[in-house]
Design a protein around this ligand. Structure first.
Ligand code: SAT
Ligand code: MN
Length: 623
């Protein structure tokens, strides 16, 4: 259709002209800018039999007034954005300061993922494992179909065909999300590749993910996020919050993805992917798992300190990695997403300039504070709060109260990121040299160490603990075991998941080295022992040098640790004694740590691979 010329004969009506289109000459011939006009707006755009049948069946169930087939066009974006503004779902921000940006205020009862209401509906409970909420598939289908019955009366059902992954990649998956939320459609357009690309990738196959989302009345009592891995299907009702309803993200890319990955021989991980370019121009790719709201986006977009001249960090992804062994025995990773759904508070031009630049245009903000004039603010923003600020719920803000919600988010296209890696769209992915596990731990866990080998690395990841954050409903600050940062996202039994990790080693002649980091350790007086943010480059450089065999390490009970002199502190105003404290192994703390790890191991005992028991014994004897 690009560059199409549409002939209009005198007297012929043009049905849909998008607001803002100029028609300034008429001579029976009209050259239309196809970017701004979509003559097929909302019309059925595929005759794929399985998609057609499923959409028809779901429409019969939900009874929407109309079905709107999304094409991903610019005209569609314009039209749906206008609709969202008319409905009050989105408010336009100041056009000069925030071009193409909008604010969404969610229902105050619906501001984070709800793990309590998230279900893995495998045939047996054993398959879902003791860490997932489980329900028999038939029972859950029945319950949710009742809730969805007639739920879209008076509403529109949007059909969103999307791709997770770059077009043409063997790792890429197709999903179709049916939703009655315009906010979801507009966010999915940012987070995934939406439109004909999905149909093209699918071809005549039927293995697309079937996702249904009904907002219902946004009530926690009628909120369920249910996964049916055997059917490659998801039903999410009663929420309109990102992680619960952008079904390509946590639901498909992690929960269903991890299940499929085990079956098909690949890995779906809660990991950022970054490329570290050294002054010689050589790039080393690293994947890193951190729990939600522990700085994955910041780390993925890190800007090295001045002292690191010639070093550059490139972002492939900030949240999810799909990884598969390549023919050459290395592990290759793609980022299945196309945008960032990042935590806003604390983001500023010092902590993460690339995130600030990523959200400068075409971004949907959820639950930040705003002024009537369309400026926005959040805790930790560079400037002081503007006059007349309204908090995230739209109430006049008073100093001392929360302005933005702690889990407020920006949803921005990755192409806005000045540090976007040029291999991001490479269908083969990027070769991963190192994997990092990191939690948020005030004590015990040292700043960095390297696991002795793959199996030890799996143990290190499996025993990861982290303090809970605002990204999920729960007790903020409490340490919980969050293996590989996948506790809320593994779509099957965690014990089997560890087994899958161990098994992957067999297809990796050149496995990535595995590391653990902790940016969040505090002194006895409660101060952070490490400056974090861009300064993490100093640890990242050590990791890259280890991957490339360029630097030595000391053997400790936990693993290989850097000699303090191997961490380049050049140009940093920092007390050296703090570094020693950040790296300290306190044997008494570690005895408690091993006991705390037991809680999860006991829970998983019958499915836990023996190798992990042995690793535990080895650690105890080394301690
Ligand atoms: O809210 S999301 O699940 O999309 C983000 C996160 O918690 O990691
Ligand atoms: Mn995440």
């Amino acid at each position: 259709m690009e560059g199409a010329t549409v002939r209009v004969s005198p007297g012929q009506t043009i049905r849909k002209v998008v607001a803002g289109t100029m028609i300034n000459a008429y001579d029976g011939r009209l050259n239309l800018n196809i970017d701004r006009i979509d003559l097929m707006l909302g019309k059925k755009n595929t005759d794929h039999p399985a998609i057609s049948a499923w959409v028809e069946k779901t429409a019969e169930l939900c009874q929407p007034d109309q079905v709107f087939w999304c094409s991903g066009s610019e005209a569609e974006k314009q039209s749906l954005t206008d609709l969202a503004v008319r409905q009050g779902t989105l408010s336009p921000l100041d056009r000069k300061k925030w071009p193409g940006c909008y604010l969404h205020r969610s229902n105050p009862n619906d501001v984070a993922r709800v793990e309590e209401l998230t279900f893995i509906c495998t045939a047996s409970q054993e398959e879902a494992g003791p860490t997932n909420h489980w329900a028999p598939p038939a029972e859950m289908y029945d319950k949710l179909h009742r809730l969805a019955h007639g739920a879209m009366k008076g509403r529109t059902m949007y059909v969103v065909p999307y791709l997770m992954g770059p077009p043409g990649s063997p790792l890429t998956k197709v999903g179709i999300e049916l939703t009655d939320s315009v906010y979801v459609v507009l966010s999915m357009r940012v987070m995934a590749r939406v439109g004909a690309v999905a149909y093209e990738h699918l071809g005549q196959r039927n293995d697309f993910n079937r996702g249904l989302h009904c907002m219902l009345d946004i009530h926690p009592e009628r909120r369920f996020i249910a996964h049916f891995p055997q059917d490659n299907a998801i039903i999410s009702v009663g929420s309109n919050y990102g992680g619960n309803v952008l079904l390509g993200k946590k639901c498909l890319a992690l929960r269903i993805g991890s299940y499929l990955g085990r079956r098909e021989g690949w890995m779906a991980e809660h990991m950022l992917i970054l490329g570290v370019e050294d002054p010689q121009g050589e790039k080393t790719y690293i994947a890193a798992a951190f729990p939600s709201a522990c700085g994955k986006t910041n780390f993925a977009m890190l800007i090295p300190p001045k002292h690191f001249e010639g070093w550059k960090v490139w972002t492939v992804g900030d949240d999810i990695a799909w990884m598969k062994p390549g023919a050459d025995g290395r592990l290759f990773a793609i980022n299945p997403e196309a945008g960032y759904f990042g935590v806003v508070p604390g983001t500023n031009f010092r902590s993460n300039p690339n995130a600030m630049l990523s959200m400068q245009k075409d971004t949907i903000f959820t639950n930040v504070a705003a002024t009537a004039g369309g400026d926005i603010w959040w805790e930790g923003k560079d400037e002081e709060p503007p006059e007349g600020l309204l908090d995230w719920q739209g109430r006049p803000w008073t100093k001392g109260e929360k302005a933005a919600h702690p889990n407020s988010r920006f949803c921005a296209p990755m192409t806005n990121n000045p540090a976007l890696d040029r291999e991001t769209d490479n269908p083969n992915g990027v070769p991963i040299s190192g994997i990092i596990f990191g939690g948020r731990r005030a004590t015990t866990m040292p700043l960095a160490f390297q696991a002795f080998n793959w199996i030890h690395g799996v143990y290190v990841g499996a025993t990861m603990g982290s303090e809970m954050t605002a990204a999920a409903v729960g007790t903020v600050g409490q340490v919980r075991r969050d293996p590989m940062a996948m506790l809320p996202f593994c779509g099957y039994n965690l014990g089997d998941y560890f087994g899958h990790w161990l098994k992957m080693r067999k297809n990796l002649q050149k496995p990535p080295k595995i590391f653990q980091v902790n940016w969040f350790r505090k002194s006895a007086s409660g101060e952070f022992l490490w400056p974090g943010f861009g300064e993490n480059m100093r640890i990242l450089k050590w990791i890259v040098d280890r991957c490339r065999g360029r630097v030595g390490a000391d053997e400790t009970p936990l693993g290989w640790m850097p000699d303090p002199s191997d961490i380049d502190l050049g140009g940093l105003d920092y007390e050296k004694s703090k570094l020693a404290e950040a790296f300290k192994i306190d044997v008494e703390d570690w005895k408690k740590e091993v006991l705390a790890q037991d809680e999860l191991f006991i829970k998983l005992h019958s499915d836990l691979p023996m190798e992990l028991h042995f690793q535990r014994e080895l650690l105890i004897s080394r301690l």
